[in-house]
Design a protein around this ligand. Structure first.
Ligand code: ZN
Length: 320
């Protein structure tokens, strides 16, 4: 049933029927519909730009969590890189020099890696920049690990063919427990002579009677290194290596005797020019004194090695 519309005419004081054409009605319908759509669009726009939906909030939280994870990962890569740097250092300066092999060339450990474009499509947010840098560092780490692994393969081959030479290198510590290195190698204040002298070995403070062990295979020398050393044992290891154990309370081997690495050679004491119970230990290569610390590498962890190195640097008064 069609609806009728009326209009009040004040002149005639009557209601008159209003005639509405179809065209007029259609225009009104279209106008109402268009303004409705326009209002809806404005609300959607406001909602989109100014109000976060629960889904957006969830994504934001996830994004923050991911950023924290990436930062943590980045820190761990840095730590691994530091540990590897220590290994590389020992490899170049100790292991490879023992076999008279040149250090691993720098370009082998740090080759120029082509710019990584895998993550270029990611947005430039902080988290993505960090992710990109972490990936770059991880790539570098993998290259360095591969170079280190190759270097150790080379050394393993050399070691296989140089077993005798290895047995001649003073590679263990002369005392089972290192106690304290009271004096390192190099310029030290002499406690008895009261002058600055070159300290040709390391002093390890230990109780009198502590067993002392040969640090490599060899033959006990017949030569006398000097009276200042008190009761001492000098061992010729071959391959131009010698070791000296001085200020002993008692020797356990005789000149000309063959000894094996780890064999008892005497006991700690304070004989000769000494100011307390300790072992004065020297390593000679081609008749030249070298820092014995650099040769402790078979029975020692990297941490122990570092702390030995540190303690041998600090103290500057020798027990002689
Ligand atoms: Zn000394």
């Amino acid at each position: 049933m069609a609806k009728s519309f009326y209009h009040f005419n004040p002149k005639t004081l009557t209601y008159e029927k209003v005639k509405i054409s179809f065209k007029h009605l259609f225009k009104r319908v279209v106008w109402v519909f268009a303004s409705g759509v326009a209002f809806a669009l404005v609300f959607v726009w406001i909602g989109f730009y100014f109000v976060d939906s629960p889904k957006v909030k969830l994504l934001e939280r996830e994004n923050n969590e991911l950023k924290t994870e990436v930062e943590y990962l980045d820190g761990r890569i840095d730590l691994m890189s530091e540990v590897l740097a220590d290994i590389e250092d020992r490899d170049d300066n100790i292991y490879r020099s023992v076999f008279e092999t040149d250090p691993v060339p720098r370009e082998e450990r740090y080759p120029l890696i082509a710019e990584d474009t895998r993550f270029d499509s990611l947005s430039r947010s902080d988290a993505n920049k960090l992710l990109k840098s972490a990936n770059k560092k991880a790539d570098q780490l993998m290259v360095r690990l591969a170079a280190q692994s190759r270097s150790l393969d080379t050394l393993a081959r050399l070691a296989g063919s140089k077993a005798d030479m290895l047995a001649a290198i003073p590679a263990i510590r002369p005392l089972k427990n290192m106690y304290t290195i009271t004096s390192g190698f190099g310029k030290r204040y002499h406690p008895v002579l009261k002058t600055l002298r070159n300290h040709t070995g390391v002093d390890i403070a230990a109780p009198k009677g502590t067993p002392i062990y040969a640090t490599a295979d060899g033959i006990v020398s017949r030569e006398n290194p000097g009276s200042g050393y008190g009761t001492c044992v000098l061992i010729n290891h071959g391959y131009s290596y010698q070791t000296l154990y001085a200020h002993m309370s008692k020797a356990a081997v005789r000149p000309g005797q063959k000894v094996k690495r780890g064999q008892l050679v005497g006991y700690v004491g304070s004989t000769g020019m000494s100011s307390g119970s300790h072992l004065h230990y020297e390593v000679l290569k081609n008749g030249q004194h070298v820092n014995p610390i650099y040769y402790f590498f078979i029975d020692i962890t990297p941490e122990e090695y570092n702390s030995l190195l540190e303690s041998s640097k600090k103290i500057n008064q020798a027990l002689s």
